[in-house]
Design a protein around this ligand. Structure first.
Ligand code: TXA
Ligand code: MG
Length: 320
């Protein structure tokens, strides 16, 4: 994939153009007060799969959905009174809240990695706020760097890693905070990632101390959450044909399957379909008379195939 990456100025014309691209499911890096985000429409499976492809992420960690205000989050997340109180104090700002997903939210399952929660953030950067207001829908955005590299705090950093891989970067100058947002999950409150809002400030607002021990403090803890979602039926990988009691998930013309991640063998399409297909397979293997096991066709271990295989291996891992 090689695109001519546009550098857009943070004026009316540049922000208009960036919003237009995002609404068309293209990828646009934009400034926030913490770091530059690699944005794509959170409602578009193909845009979110494109984020993973551009970053070269080897696994599907869930992403943060960015919105301009609390009202916009209400379209897709359950907002409790506690959340309202926290938002009144810390939003806009570098605090990300992990909230229950609303039924029928329309958020891509690649954003939530198939979890029942969604991480929501209202950035304080004036350019981000104007952009998000114009897009008028949630924008998924991890930091705008190649996976494993340092998070970018200037448009130049973004272009060093992602030039030719994304449609545009909106240049809002250097980011003020430079470390990512603090991530808090609720009921009960737990600090998942320290960041731009201090633990002390959160504890004061919550009126209680925040557990940070155990796996909650580990930076890879959200990744480990992925093992919580696996289909109920046992999963067999690299299946080039189905056994009689198996539901076969195919990939490519040589492995058609009853369901398929991509009939043409396209990895971007397969990534976009992954979580929805696993959910369908789960539903189809629950009735008493249907297939009782799931078989999945081989997925090439390159590009997005690595992240797909990582997720499939978790789904197929032995369970307690
Ligand atoms: O400051 C920031 O937060 C930046 C800017 C661009 O907004 N974004 C950012 O995104 O750091 P990212 O993708 O690098 O980090 C998102 C973190 C990941 O560690 C992910 O596992 C966690 O949020 N996360 C997302 N959804 C989650 C969920 N439903 N439950 C638990 N953790 C979640
Ligand atoms: Mg990051």
């Amino acid at each position: 994939m090689c695109l001519e990456t546009e550098t857009l100025s943070a004026n009316d014309a540049g922000i208009d153009r960036a919003a237009q691209l995002l609404r068309a499911s293209k990828l646009v890096a934009f400034p926030t007060e913490t770091v530059y985000g690699l944005g794509g429409s959170a409602r578009s499976d193909s845009a979110v799969a494109g984020i993973y492809a551009a970053k070269g992420r080897p696994s599907f960690n869930p992403l943060i959905a960015h919105v301009a205000c609390l009202d916009m989050a209400e379209d897709f997340a359950e907002i409790s009174n506690d959340v309202r109180s926290l938002a009144a104090i810390f939003w806009p700002g570098p605090l990300t809240l992990v909230l229950p997903l609303r039924a029928g939210s329309g958020i891509s399952q690649l954003v939530t990695a198939g979890l029942g929660t969604v991480a929501v953030r209202v950035p304080a950067h004036p350019v981000a706020r104007r952009l998000l207001r114009q897009v008028d829908g949630p924008v998924a955005a991890p930091s705008a760097n190649i996976s494993g590299k340092i998070s970018p705090t200037t448009a130049g950093h973004v272009l060093n890693g992602l030039s030719g891989k994304i449609s545009a970067v909106l240049d809002g100058g250097p980011c003020a905070v430079g470390v990512e947002s603090t991530i808090l999950s609720l009921d009960p409150p737990r600090l998942l990632r320290p960041g731009g809002i201090s633990t002390e400030a959160l504890q004061t607002a919550l009126g209680r101390s925040l557990p940070t021990g155990g796996d909650a403090a580990a930076p890879n803890a959200p990744g480990q959450l992925l093992s919580h979602y696996a289909p109920g039926a046992p999963v067999r990988l690299n299946a080039t044909e189905a056994q009689p009691n198996e539901l076969w998930i195919g990939f490519g013309p040589g492995c058609p399957g009853q369901l398929t991640l991509s009939a043409s063998g396209d990895l971007l399409e397969a990534a976009a379909n992954l979580f929805a297909t696993l959910h369908s397979a789960d539903a189809l293997t629950s009735p008493p008379n249907g297939p009782t096991r799931i078989a999945v066709a081989p997925i090439p271990e390159r590009g997005l195939g690595r992240a797909i295989n990582d997720r499939l291996r978790r789904a197929a891992a032995p369970r307690d």
